[in-house]
Design a protein around this ligand. Structure first.
Ligand SMILES: Cc1cc2nc3c(=O)[nH]c(=O)nc-3n(C[C@H](O)[C@H](O)[C@H](O)COP(=O)(O)OP(=O)(O)OC[C@H]3O[C@@H](n4cnc5c(N)ncnc54)[C@H](O)[C@@H]3O)c2cc1C
Ligand SMILES: *[C@@H]1O[C@H](CO)[C@@H](O)[C@H](O)[C@H]1NC(C)=O
Length: 634
């Protein structure tokens, strides 16, 4: 049976691949001709000619992702400072602007393509029992390939950072930086004190929702779970509402679009794209970070930093670059023959991510023969939708159906009075069956066998997914260097569900998702869980806790938020890597500023928090060099 199914699935892929690829090619060339707003010739970032590279800069920013773009733009506001931004990827391709295209960039040349170490506790339905972790290799970093959900996290997250011994990071202080990044364009938010206006990153509602959005909201209302004012980033967080997105005129607003396109032409800012940084140059005697080595077009370059090097290569590459440069746990570096400049046991540790469960898909009857309420990709991806998009009309390519309605809730393990939810839920009109397994399956690395068995029966049927995310896991993973060669990915020990409490919360999250499908509005549609007879765990009782746990272990899905691997902490915490002013412990003239410094993962998606911490990081640097001789680096 499975062999036959697998064969059918394979053939269907081949048959749909051709037409879909044609539509995408049409779209790409059409945009070049008809959508000058997307081509944006005038503002597109360009690399300097490498012959014009200076020998030294005041600041070198390594990595042009969410944080790196903020830092390059803010530091170069001071015309007295010269700034170099080195980014391994190139500029954003035009299709990246289209929200609907977001999953297409996973496993593409714009993705670093990481995989976690195999596990027998999670990602069991995935190839090799590894979870696939995409990361943006492009100017804008992950902000250029992410799902654009604009979520800041909970005020208690930041108060907790401060309580851990990191003064200045409490909510009342960082709210200013959240607002500074933001240009909220949602009607009704003009005078909202929690939101910013005129900042670099525009925030809007997603366009082109499916008809299911209203049904999702109705089901939340029927359980009394709707958000009181529809804003997770304002007064309170708990509840269900359609999320805001980092969008400009309905299209992606990456950190590149928001920060770099308006600042790259400054004479004191140089950018080299496709520049792969190989290591930091640190003087072992003075402990000063002197500069960096990078490769561009097969040639090697060295460039000096007169003031500071800022590492913003993200939660996987920042600890890796520290380690290959001799900064990290001695036990890891010595066996690889890397001379230890600074023994820092915390580098690569404290890894946290948001894990979710994607396998529970609900089919339903739209009661309108021949008409679907959810998005079925082959029906939406056609010449007409391309034409509509090229003419600037609202169309499928503006849709981002992963979380049309988002929810924050407290399970029985969390006191709801705290308004500090322990699960987030995505309600999306886009199951694995919707695209015939071509894109979603590929991104999640689900094996053909598992796909054929579990999802093939619902291919191209009306369906939706309610995916719970575990917000503040107790489990911690780590990133382990496996080679002194910076091009070889480190080993990622995700360690999901190491602490059994995490699975207990996930099971409650799945049960809440299921309850949402048992509401009158959902039952009128005959919403039905796809998994009833299940070969993966034949012994478990249907809808028991063990049943949900089994789904969670097979269809584990990262929500792409690895953080914490260069933890910010006070000096007395041995697992710290940077201090609260983001200076690397024991070294001079080196900071890490990106998602890796978060001591604990925030209650929500991580892009807005990363932009916030980079804005604050830029201000810290400006203050230090204004107030202290030599920037305070004794
Ligand atoms: C598929 C996906 C979906 C997501 N969805 C959302 C969402 O909807 N909402 C949300 O808030 N968050 C989302 N996130 C997470 C969010 O985008 C990230 O947390 C955030 O962008 C991290 O920013 P960063 O600056 O730490 O790292 P990155 O943005 O990853 O930036 C690191 C940069 O460094 C570059 N780099 C790395 N190594 C080198 C080197 N050796 N030399 C030169 N350059 C180098 C990389 O190419 C990259 O540009 C998503 C992420 C992914 C991958
Ligand atoms: C509801 O959906 C299930 C699964 O698709 C199907 O077997 C059943 O007949 C449907 N019930 C009604 C009343 O349509």
């Amino acid at each position: 049976m499975t062999a036959v199914n697998t064969f059918v699935t394979m053939w269907r892929f081949l048959l749909t691949l051709g037409p879909s690829a044609m539509v995408i090619l049409m779209l790409n060339s059409g945009i070049q001709n008809d959508r000058q707003d997307i081509v944006d010739e005038e503002h597109r970032v360009r690399s300097i000619h490498i012959e014009n590279l200076r020998q030294s800069y005041d600041f070198i920013v390594v990595g042009g992702g969410s944080a790196g773009c903020v830092l390059a733009a803010r530091l170069s506001e001071n015309p007295e400072w010269s700034v170099l931004l080195l980014e391994a990827g190139g500029d954003e391709p035009v299709l990246i602007d289209l929200p609907q295209m977001y999953p297409v960039f996973q496993r593409s040349p714009w993705d670093w393509k990481y995989s976690t170490e195999p596990s027998d506790r999670y990602c069991l339905a995935m190839e090799d029992q590894r979870c696939f972790w995409p990361r943006g290799k492009v100017l804008g970093g992950c902000s250029s390939i992410n799902a654009m959900m604009y979520v800041r996290g909970n005020r208690r997250d930041y108060d907790h950072w401060a309580e851990l011994g990191n003064p200045g990071w409490e909510y009342n202080n960082v709210l200013h930086y959240f607002r500074k990044t933001e240009d909220n364009r949602v009607p009704g938010y003009e005078h909202n004190p929690y939101h910013g206006h005129g900042g670099p990153i525009s925030v809007e509602r997603y366009r082109f929702p499916s008809p299911l959005l209203n049904i999702f909201m109705q089901s939340a209302r029927e359980l009394g779970l709707q958000h009181p004012d529809g804003d997770f980033n304002g007064r309170t967080q708990t509840g269900f509402a359609p999320p805001h997105g980092t969008l400009r005129d309905g299209l992606r607003c990456s950190a590149n679009k928001g920060y770099m396109r308006r600042s790259w032409q400054r004479p004191n800012l140089d950018i080299v794209l496709k520049a792969f940084v190989e290591r930091l140059i640190i003087d072992p005697q003075t402990r000063r970070t002197i500069g960096v080595k990078f490769e561009y077009n097969l040639l090697k370059y060295q460039v000096r930093a007169d003031r500071e090097v800022i590492l913003s290569a993200g939660s996987l590459a920042s600890p890796q670059l520290l380690m290959v440069s001799g900064v990290g746990p001695r036990e890891q570096l010595e066996p690889l023959g890397i001379p230890v400049i600074q023994h820092l046991p915390g580098v690569g540790g404290n890894l946290q991510d948001h894990i979710s469960t994607s396998g529970a898909i609900y089919t339903f009857d739209s009661h309108q023969p021949g008409q679907h309420l959810s998005f079925i990709v082959p029906e939406m991806l056609n010449a007409e939708s391309v034409r509509a998009f090229l003419q600037g009309r609202d169309s499928f390519f503006y849709a981002m159906p992963v979380s049309e309605v988002m929810g924050f809730a407290s399970t029985r393990y969390q006191n709801p009075q705290l308004d500090w939810p322990d699960v987030q839920l995505f309600m999306g009109s886009y199951g694995y069956g919707a695209d015939g397994g071509m894109i979603g399956r590929r991104g999640a690395a689900i094996t053909l066998d598992n796909f054929a068995e579990t999802f093939e029966p619902l291919i191209y049927q009306d369906s939706f997914v309610i995916a719970p995310l575990l917000m503040r896991p107790r489990s911690r993973g780590y990133v382990q260097l496996q080679s002194p060669d910076p091009r070889i990915h480190p080993r990622i020990h995700a360690n999901y569900y190491d602490d059994p409490h995490d699975m207990a919360i996930m099971v409650e999250g799945l049960k809440l998702a299921h309850r949402l499908t048992q509401t009158p509005v959902m039952q009128a549609l005959n919403a039905t869980l796809n998994i009833y007879e299940w070969r993966n765990c034949p012994e478990v009782e249907y809808l028991s806790d063990a049943f949900w746990e089994c789904i969670a272990r097979y269809y584990s899905q990262t929500i792409y938020h690895p953080v914490g691997t260069c933890k910010m902490a006070p000096d007395h915490d041995p697992s710290g890597v940077v201090d609260p002013r983001l200076r690397v412990r024991g070294l001079r003239n080196l900071r890490v500023i990106d998602a890796s410094i978060m001591p604990t993962i925030p209650t929500g998606n991580t892009n807005a928090p990363t932009l916030m911490l980079a804005e604050r990081g830029a201000d810290i640097i400006k203050e230090d060099w204004l107030h202290y001789p030599n920037g305070g680096w004794s």
